[in-house]
Design a protein around this ligand. Structure first.
Ligand SMILES: CC(C)(COP(=O)(O)OP(=O)(O)OC[C@H]1O[C@@H](n2cnc3c(N)ncnc32)[C@H](O)[C@@H]1OP(=O)(O)O)[C@@H](O)C(=O)NCCC(=O)NCCS
Length: 459
């Protein structure tokens, strides 16, 4: 037994010696390969390096930390200002009710539009008269609620929602009229020439909606079809919309959760962050102290922008997707990657897709077809857009200023400037700066003017 152990010990010693010898011999043959070659430092643009994920994470961490500090500072300075019963107070407020009544009454204009289309289809009304009646219907739909809400001194927030409702309704009715008119004229042309356009829009829809019964003009002139369009998250009418296969309940629950959380967050941020800044800006504005006003505006621009970003996600992603899912509306392109826009035009093409598609299809392209140049057509679109921005702010606040109008109009020279002088990342930064400082300032100017005009609180 003892002998056996000794033999094993000798064996293991021999083994160790062999390993050491091997290591030694390996060290001797190690070659020192060349470690240098021609290459650029990662942070120089010539290196072509683009993976800044870690830096992005650092920015997020810094943002969370600095926002946390801001929240703490704010609560220490002002205390907890948030009133959680704001929605209940809003419902109880009698000045909110005229807006609701106005929304209910909007059905009148819908009925008018359908009746007009049916009469046009039957040939009871001539095309030119139809155009005039359609114009009058839409014009009244924009004017009547504005006058009504102005004189009823409706609550600004509810009034804003009601007028947004009417603006969307008017755009939808324009689209409804133009598409039906096109279908009507096309059918007449086909009847007279007995030609069928093989590449019609409905063919592409056919592929997307295998199980959906296809509707053809004039079978679409029903309340069901019109109200589906009015409820759908689009401003452009089509007789047959692409439909999704089924309603995903979990999707609706997730998006609805986002809406509840984000709208509560918005209410919190407005009350806790924006209102104190506005209150503190009374004196500089009254004394017209320019430097202090700039300081106040810059201070307002940050929460305003945060609110705008949350509002964007809440509306364009969560809300429009919920509506689309409930209605099985298939086209979910409500926004594109506007955050990467390197020029102002690209931003307007990508940020609010329902409005952009409407402008393109119902204003811009028809104008181009009439021989108007691109820049003139763009100018007209931006003028119309500027008018509606002004309409949606001035009437609810019951005061006419031109900040919103100017905010949209300056987009045209600004777009030319950015396109000419700033490219790539600089162009993208210019777009961000205009969003952070330009448009929100215009909105804040109104809120401030409103505050001064209506509350006139003593210093
Ligand atoms: C004015 C506006 C419509 C211009 O859009 P644009 O995309 O820059 O315009 P473009 O010149 O690039 O042309 C766009 C389309 O017109 C088509 N087009 C160009 N010239 C044409 C012509 N002579 N005839 C017919 N079509 C033409 C292009 O092919 C293109 O079609 P596509 O979209 O199917 O590819 C856009 O800037 C806009 O929507 N502005 C308003 C935005 C707004 O107010 N939003 C409010 C948000 S709150």
């Amino acid at each position: 037994m003892k002998n056996k152990t000794e033999v094993e010990e000798v064996r293991s010693r021999i083994k160790k010696d062999t390993i050491n010898d091997k290591k030694h011999s390996h060290e001797q043959i190690h070659t020192y390969e060349s470690v240098h070659k021609i290459r650029d430092s990662l942070l120089s643009s010539a290196s072509g390096y683009t993976n800044y994920r870690g830096v992005l994470n650092l920015c997020v961490v810094l943002l969370v930390m600095s926002s946390g500090r801001l929240v703490l500072e704010n609560i220490l300075k002002y205390g907890f200002l948030v009133r959680i019963d704001v929605p209940i107070q809003f419902i109880k407020d009698p000045t909110a009710w005229p807006s609701l009544l106005a929304i209910v009454l909007s059905n009148i204009f819908t009925f008018n539009a359908l009746k007009l289309e049916r009469n046009l289809e039957k040939g009871i009304i001539q095309e030119t008269t139809g155009k005039i009646l359609c114009f009058l219907n839409i014009f009244t739909a924009l004017l009547a609620p504005a006058i009504y809400l102005w004189y009823r001194e409706a609550n600004p927030v509810s009034s804003f929602f009601a007028l947004t409702w009417y603006t969307c309704l008017s755009m939808k009715l324009v689209s409804y009229f133009q598409v039906n008119r096109y279908q009507r004229l096309k059918r007449r042309l086909e009847n007279s020439k007995n030609e069928i356009d093989e590449k019609s829009n409905t063919d592409s829809i056919k592929k997307q909606t295998k199980n959906e019964p296809l509707i053809e003009y004039p079978d679409n002139l029903t309340y069901r079809n019109l109200y589906y369009f009015l409820s759908a998250p689009t401003l452009c009418y089509e007789i047959n919309f692409p439909r999704s296969e089924r309603i995903r309940k979990s999707f609706i629950i997730r998006r609805s959760g986002e809406i509840i959380f984000l709208s509560s967050l918005l209410l919190f941020l407005v009350q806790q962050w924006v209102v104190p800044i506005l209150q503190n800006s009374k004196i500089p504005f009254r004394e017209t102290n320019i430097l202090k006003i700039i300081e106040r505006l810059l201070k307002l621009a940050v929460p305003n922008h945060v609110i705008w970003l949350i509002g964007f996600y809440c509306f364009f992603h969560s809300y429009l997707n919920v509506i689309a899912e409930i209605l099985r509306f298939g086209d979910r392109e409500f926004y594109r990657d506007w955050w990467n826009s390197e020029d102002v035009n690209v931003f307007w093409q990508n940020w609010n897709i329902p409005v952009h598609k409407f402008c393109l299809r119902h204003i811009y392209k028809p104008l181009l077809n009439q021989g108007i140049t691109k820049s003139q057509a763009s100018l007209i679109v931006f003028f119309i857009s500027a008018f509606f921005h002004e309409y949606l702010v001035s009437i609810p606040l019951r005061m006419f200023r031109i900040w919103a109008f100017l905010g949209m109009i300056v987009q045209i020279p600004f777009a030319v400037f950015v396109k000419k002088f700033l490219h790539g990342n600089y162009g993208n930064m210019a777009v961000w700066v205009s969003l952070i400082i330009g448009q929100p300032i215009a909105v804040m100017m109104y809120i401030h003017d409103y505050y001064i005009d209506y509350f006139k609180v003593s210093d």
